[in-house]
Design a protein around this ligand. Structure first.
Ligand code: ADP
Ligand code: MG
Length: 342
């Protein structure tokens, strides 16, 4: 292990003596969730864990019910199917995510785009068609351009006061790059409200840690790394103390296919309409809120190394960029805010 990151502010409240480690897991959003927490309140039995499981599942289900692209009838799905020139009341959680997403779309000049659903679908990363379907064909340049025309987040109108969103016609929202992080935050807040401040929450690889483990140490997590070529030296491990801190990693090695010798990974550059292909293998972002870690990791992936580092620096985002060089070597670039944690 070569790098250890610890947040600048530490809260010394440790779990009470006699506390026990509890663990739960389950399925959500086409992936898995996991929870570990430390508490004295009840024995670590499945029956006693019931209320925690119910609370976690309720938070995750709420996010799915409002923001899933995959669930017919979700609030997001109903907006996507709505006729042109219509206003739609957005439920509270979806409004929070929309607002965060629109802010990041603005500051990243559209690299992050919550209205990129038509592009995501065209490239086979939405519900239908799926790139894994037999006979799936990636879009032609014309089809990609047509999807690009339907992906203008600036054509949405958001009335914050009335919590209403305008469907200009044919715009498809996609919150998949931010909703998992938001769900992690909701679960973490719910646990705190239940009197469980010492926990580690994970949804599909996005994590938030709060409080401490049973031994009074923080929740240590190693950043996820891209697979390395067996001929190359392995990357150093980065171990992070998730103490009131979240981490999300975007990578080009999950959900990817090859067409005509080109890699097509699931992050789309909404400014060109094409999947990103500038050699970033992964971007990890550390942030107090998992919603921001998740969304920033996608935004920085779209921007690529040079532009991404510049924007992350400007916003004091702690990020680690892993670039795949022409010879297959992986090189790491941490931002100054990431270096400060070391
Ligand atoms: P990763 O962990 O690699 O960041 P996520 O699941 O968080 O992956 O986000 C990827 C998903 O986000 C894609 O499958 C797509 O639905 C959506 N997406 C792709 N490109 C963008 C983009 N530029 N802005 C916002 N969402 C995007
Ligand atoms: Mg993401």
């Amino acid at each position: 292990m070569n790098r250890v990151l610890v947040p600048l502010q530490l809260d010394s409240a440790a779990p009470a003596l006699g506390a026990q480690l509890h663990q739960l897991d389950g399925q959500t959003m086409g992936t898995t969730w996991q929870l570990r927490w430390v508490a004295t309140t009840h024995a670590a039995t499945e029956a006693a864990d019931g209320p925690v499981r119910a609370a976690v599942q309720a938070e995750l289900d709420l996010v799915v019910q409002q923001m899933s692209t995959w669930l017919p009838g979700s609030d997001l799905d109903r907006f996507n199917r709505a006729p042109p020139d219509t206003w739609h009341t957005v439920p509270h959680a979806m409004a929070e995510v929309l607002q965060a997403a629109l802010w990041l779309a603005e500051v990243s000049a559209g690299a992050f785009n919550p209205a990129a659903g038509a592009l995501v679908n065209a490239w086979g990363f939405g519900p239908d068609p799926r790139y894994t379907d037999p006979g799936f064909v990636p879009p032609s340049a014309d089809a990609a351009r047509a999807a690009l025309c339907r992906s203008d987040w600036r054509s949405l109108r958001w009335d914050r006061e009335r919590q209403q969103l305008w469907q200009p016609g044919d715009v498809l929202l996609d919150f998949s790059a931010i909703a998992k992080g938001y769900a992690v935050d909701r679960v973490s807040r719910r646990l705190v409200a239940m009197g469980l401040p010492h926990h580690l929450v994970e949804v599909g690889g996005e994590l938030r840690g709060a409080g401490m483990r049973m031994d009074g140490l923080p929740w240590w997590v190693d950043l996820e790394q891209p697979p390395t070529d067996p001929h190359q030296a392995p990357l150093p491990t980065t171990r992070v103390a998730l103490h009131g801190l979240s981490v999300a990693t975007s990578g080009d090695y999950r959900r990817v296919y090859t067409h005509g010798g080109e890699r097509r990974a699931h992050t789309i550059d909404p400014r060109t309409g094409w999947p990103v292909a500038h050699g970033l293998a992964s971007v990890s972002v550390l942030h107090a809120d998992c919603v921001w870690a998740d969304a920033w990791s996608t935004a920085l992936t779209v921007l690529g190394l040079a532009e991404g580092v510049a924007l992350a620096r400007a916003h004091r985002i702690a990020a680690l960029f892993v670039q795949r060089e022409a010879d297959g070597r992986l090189t790491e670039t941490p931002t100054p805010a990431m270096v400060e944690l070391a």
